[in-house]
Design a protein around this ligand. Structure first.
Ligand SMILES: [Zn+2]
Length: 385
């Protein structure tokens, strides 16, 4: 009994080995010798002459080969037609599963050399199915992206990532307002010349190495940030006598406040202004990298950002007006509670949806930037917007 079982297992093993051996047959395409320039003419996959190498003949570098046809699904089928062939005509193939991709020198990617990151077992590319792709995506979600880890490590505080995400997804802005900050700052994708530690002067101020340690306190932008911080503090009254917004990398880069207590995100309405400011700053930094002798006008950047910001909030008023009209026509109750909650403390939309009531501090900015009229404040073209 025992011996029989042993034998049958051996048989199975042999079968297994044979199957593998069949799979491991080496298939080739028939190739010309490269022409004088070393170039091969590219041949259509269906028009190639395929064969498999069987065993060497007695002649040096000459093999017995079996010619093959290619099935409509790309599989090679031996035809039991035999030839002998010199190995200089053997062109290696890249296989995809049991099919053929093409000549190894012409196709990409090679399935054995590429796989999906985090896919279980690091299977070759041609064996990856929906299951592996799904697991790859899940793994991505589970592990914090590098940018998050980098910010956590750099700032050494508890970063409220979820709240940052909610401000983005439920915020007042569109992708066009926030994606620039999101990609370049939050994801740290902004190209900084001195990031690698080499001493490369900041292209805006020429004073310090251009990197993340410097950018938030670059003197070209600090006057703008100072005004913003001072005014944000007026909009967000102090907690226990401590100002909530500080000149710090946490605020400048990520819009975080209350660093001394538990870090919080800005209210939605102010968070939008923070992203828009970055958007226009990033545009300037990009111009600076592209145009020789370009000079940044920080004041103009702030004015442009404020005008865009006003446009966004006015769009909310128009949306509310449409809703309001529809509600009177169809006879249901409409209110601006949800919207006003998002706009707080920047502005409020009145119950009739006829106007935006700006917080006086915000109204002053907008008047200085020429985005809103004001009884006493006129647009200011000197460094205070
Ligand atoms: Zn600088």
């Amino acid at each position: 009994m025992g011996q029989e079982r042993e034998q049958s297992r051996e048989m199975n093993d042999i079968e297994e080995i044979n199957k593998k051996a069949i799979k491991k047959w080496h298939y080739y395409a028939l190739g010309d010798e490269p022409d004088e320039e070393g170039q091969n003419t590219i041949i259509d996959k269906e028009e190639e002459m395929y064969f498999r190498g069987d065993e060497p003949t007695e002649q040096e570098d000459e093999w017995h080969v079996e010619l093959c046809t290619i099935s409509p699904r790309g599989h090679l089928i031996p035809r039991e037609i035999w030839r002998t062939l010199h190995i200089k005509y053997f062109v290696p193939l890249t296989r995809w599963g049991t099919g053929v991709m093409g000549r190894a020198c012409e196709v990409f990617p090679h399935p054995d050399q590429w796989t999906f990151e985090n896919s279980p077992g690091n299977k070759p590319l041609d064996q990856i199915g929906v299951n592996e792709i799904y697991r790859t995506l899940i793994a991505r979600k589970r592990e914090a992206p590098n940018c998050m880890k980098n910010w956590d490590r750099r700032l050494g505080i508890e970063i409220p990532w979820r709240a940052i995400g909610e401000n983005l997804t439920r915020g007042l802005g569109t992708n066009r307002d926030t994606s620039s900050w999101f990609k370049n700052i939050l994801h740290r994708a902004l190209y900084l010349k001195g990031k690698g530690g080499q001493n490369t002067a900041c292209s805006a101020c020429h004073q310090e190495n251009e990197d993340w340690i410097h950018l938030w306190k670059c003197p070209v932008w600090t006057p703008t940030w100072r005004v913003i911080i001072e005014d944000f503090n007026e909009l967000l009254p102090p907690i226990q006598g401590i100002k909530r917004v500080r000149m710090s990398p946490e605020f400048i880069y990520l819009g975080l406040i209350d660093i001394e207590f538990t870090p919080h995100v800005l209210p939605i309405g102010l968070s939008l202004l923070h992203s828009i400011l970055w958007k226009f700053m990033i545009i300037e930094l990009y111009k600076l990298s592209q145009i020789e002798h370009y000079r940044i006008n920080a004041n103009e950047v702030a004015r442009r950002a404020l005008r865009r910001y006003t446009t966004r909030i006015r769009a909310k008023l128009r949306r509310a007006q449409i809703e309001h009209t529809r509600s009177t026509q169809q006879g249901y109750e409409h209110n601006n509670n949800l919207l006003n909650k998002k706009l707080h403390p920047v502005a409020q939309i009145n119950a009739d949806c006829t106007e935006i009531i700006w917080h006086p501090v915000v109204h002053r900015w907008l008047a200085l930037a020429g985005a809103e009229e004001h009884d006493t404040i006129k647009p200011n073209f000197t460094p205070e917007w």
